[in-house]
Design a protein around this ligand. Sequence first.
Ligand SMILES: [Zn+2]
Length: 277
Amino acid sequence: MTTTLDPLTALQQPGEGQCARKGCTRRAWRWGKSYCQPHARALGVAHHRVDAAPIRAHVQACIDGGANMQGIADDTGASYTSVYKLMTGTSTTLRRATADKIMRATPEMTGLVPILGTRRRLRAWRAAGWTTHEIQAVTGIPAWTVQEIVSDQCRMSTISRARHQTVAAAFTAETMQIRRAPDPRIARRGWPLPAEWEDPDDPAEDPAIERVAYARDPRPALDQMVSHYGDRAAAGRRIGIHQDTILAILGDTGREVRPEVRQKIARHYIELYGAAS
Ligand SMILES: [Zn+2]
């Protein structure tokens, strides 16, 4: 038995009185509901309380090394409340099961995850015509922070796991719909639309479909759709642009294509060939 060597039990205090088990002369264990420790364990009535001090010291060392309470809760499976109460409360003991989880804490448990997936989702909503305030309404992220996250100048490389999860949870089939044509400045960015993403958190994801749809040169996508529909007039009706526009784009290599037209071509291409179609 290693019980006496276990730091989690080393500081357990004995209770008053004798074990309630008939014939047992051991003292009742403080957490054993009037039974001695072996009998409480055997009967399954032990609370398995352990001393909080070494657990608290371990967590504090992790926090000093960069972890935070939310990260520790997330990564150890302990509840945030348990960690919070341990670190801010005055209790001298905690449940062994909780202590076992919390003792898995490491300094790396920062509660932060890469911002990539969040940025992709926010950009996708913007590309689908959402305003920053509409994004705030479904994610709780302040509009100005949304603005910052989608920006190329954004220096953030991580985000809290809680925020990441909120955004991911809000990124549903319902919110993947295009709301309206985006601001031309947004449209020009060519950010993928929500429905284009299979897994926005996967750094390797780069579907060929979106590369074609949002290619600098819209002609390959347009060409493909004209072939698909049979002629320019039919394609133009479906895409929502005039067939003369199609003719002009396909016939002129250096032509500047208006953002709204590009967006229509990209959207329709995705509708036609994308994963969501
Ligand atoms: Zn006993």
